[in-house]
Design a protein around this ligand. Structure first.
Ligand code: TNX
Length: 556
């Protein structure tokens, strides 16, 4: 198996070598950084880390940069047992030093990195920029850096270079659905670790849906004790008729203490967490716990099937009090300035037959139930705003008008919603199914594990341009960035999630980091094997479909 892979790798490298010339291939292999830096100038020689190497740390007005180097030092200690010293900039030795200096002219999240033979100099305007510089250094070090035990025979050298780097987009995220299948705190952290390596900065935590409510809300304990577990789950595909279910009770939830722990863990890696509480649709788990907030009164069971369900939150005043209580606890927990309130796929059939909802429509003079959804969203939005936070919603939140201009729109049904939103002055995060749905297949091989459908190979992800040509320059400033979504109907274990996320997320990281004009798939394909080798060391269950695409391109 391994021998076969090695031959394949050699073939790939040989063909790349023949088509593109030795210098580019070698360069890509030696400086295999993903996402590629904005500007990289290779230099001769290497900087070699050893036991005596010191960090010399300057002061940063934007926080303590010591935090940014802590993880680097700790991981190096795991593979070398060296505990590198940290001194102040004033005490910096003249050689064998990694210096970190504040430079306010460097863009936000950016860094300048000079790797010389005797010293490494990092300049950034923030500790986050320092952290990113260290992720670049990490990728320039031998892959054994990622190992769990001592690696005595490895030389810890970094090839010399000059780098000036900064991301094109402010928001670079991954959405993880823990409602359809629960993921433990450790599993969530495993994914967060990998976002940091690729300089992604947001983890969108999809915490509630029809199939499970995953976050402890102190005022409403049944949300997790009832809503956190289901009695059965669909086996096989949604499309199989007749459908089969297991009869196994499954689920789980996070206590608020655990949530705080994850927030801290992510913050240590300069990652914000965007929590999502779905409403008014995808609410059956909550309604199973508190059926009084539905139109019919229930009873309901936490869903074991996927899809869109007719029972949604009722628009009566009591529901708003309930949701505001929930949001108050969520807002108190998460420091990020955005709160995601869902908004997608909300059938209105129950509202059509509900005395409360119909009375509400009459009172407000609303013409149809879509406008009622818009009222719902707007009312929640005003509440969230009153707590000093901004709402994010799926692109349906624009459907009935009314939404305040500060709401951020996640465009998933293609780019149309995002384009319309940017024209209206909303900030936008692009996450279209056609390019960025990582629950879709990445290979057409018949042996692929069951997925929801669709086809989004890594090359397609890579080709995505988050800023549609049809926007004016001013409108384009509203495109905050990109996100891939991993809806978890068909991802019941961490290895399955990993299979769908990696390595497509590497392509996503470059989509978020570089302008489309700077990107080149052939070049990315030369750098990717080094990252995959790193994943091998870390034991990540990534998909090998990337090699199939290359084989096809090489006429095999
Ligand atoms: C649509 S994308 C959904 C999810 C599903 C997903 C499956 C979005 C906002 N809603 O509820 O899990 O399709 O791809």
């Amino acid at each position: 198996m391994l021998a076969k892979k090695n031959t394949l790798m050699k073939k790939i490298f040989l063909s790349l070598f023949l088509t593109s010339g030795i210098s580019v291939s070698l360069l890509a292999a030696e400086y295999a950084i993903i996402p590629a830096p904005q500007r990289l100038k290779p230099q001769n020689g290497v900087f070699e880390l050893n036991k005596q190497t010191k960090f010399a740390l300057g002061t940063f007005s934007d926080g303590d940069a010591r935090q940014a180097i802590q993880l680097f030092i700790r991981q190096l200690a795991a593979v070398t047992s060296w505990n590198l010293d940290v001194v102040s900039l004033k005490e910096a030795p003249s050689g064998n030093v990694i210096m970190l200096k504040e430079n306010k002219t460097v863009p936000a999240e950016g860094y300048n990195l000079t790797v010389g033979k005797t010293k490494i100099v990092i300049e950034a305007s923030t500790p986050k920029g320092c952290f990113y510089a260290l992720q670049t250094i990490r990728q320039l070090l031998p892959k054994e850096y990622e190992a769990t035990g001592s690696q005595p025979s490895v030389k810890w050298s970094v090839p010399c270079c000059d780098i000036n780097d900064a991301p094109k987009y402010r928001y670079r995220g991954l959405h993880v659905d823990v409602a359809r299948h629960f993921a433990t705190i450790d599993e969530v952290k495993t994914i967060i670790d990998q976002l940091a390596l690729l300089k992604l900065n947001t983890f969108h935590w999809h915490l509630t849906d029809d199939q499970g409510w995953r976050i402890e809300i102190k005022k409403y304990p049944l949300l997790t004790s009832v809503g956190g577990f289901r009695d059965r789950t669909l086996i096989g595909s949604y499309k199989d008729i007749p459908r089969k279910f297991d009869q196994t009770r499954t689920g789980g939830f996070y206590t608020q203490e655990e949530v705080k722990d994850v927030i801290k863990y992510a913050a240590d890696r300069y990652i914000d967490i965007l929590p999502e509480i779905e409403m008014p649709g995808h609410a059956i788990a909550a309604l199973a716990a508190y059926p009084q907030y539905s139109c019919s009164g229930g009873p309901f069971q936490v869903e074991g099937l996927w899809g869109i369900f007719n029972d949604v939150f009722c628009t009566k005043d009591d529901t708003f009090s309930f949701l505001e209580d929930i949001l108050s606890e969520v807002i108190a927990l998460f420091p990020y300035k955005y709160i995601h309130i869902g908004g997608d796929e909300c059938p209105t059939i129950r509202w059509q037959n509900c005395a409360h909802c119909q009375a509400r429509m009459k009172e407000l003079g609303l013409k149809n139930e879509r406008q009622l959804q818009s009222y719902f969203t707007h009312r929640i939005e005003q509440f969230v705003n009153s707590k000093g936070k901004i709402v994010v919603g799926w692109d349906e939140i624009l459907d009935g008008g009314l939404t305040a201009p500060n709401a951020v729109v996640m465009s998933w049904r293609g780019e149309k919603g995002g384009i319309a939103a940017a024209r209206l002055g909303h900030d936008v995060i692009m996450t279209p199914t056609t390019y960025l749905y990582f629950d879709y297949y990445q290979s057409q091989s018949p042996s692929e594990p069951l997925a929801i459908g669709g086809y989004v190979p890594i090359e397609k992800v890579y080709s995505y341009n988050p800023t549609p040509d049809s926007l004016t320059q001013e409108q384009a400033t509203h495109i905050l960035g990109v996100q891939a979504n991993t809806w978890a109907e068909y991802m019941s274990t961490l290895p399955q999630r990993e299979y769908m996320i990696f390595p497509r997320i590497a392509a996503l990281s470059e989509v978020g980091w570089l302008d489309i004009k700077q990107r080149n798939y052939a070049d990315f394909a030369k750098r990717l094997p080094a990252l995959l080798a790193r994943y091998d060391v870390m034991g990540i269950n990534y998909s090998k479909a990337f090699y199939e695409t290359l084989e096809k391109e090489n006429g095999k």
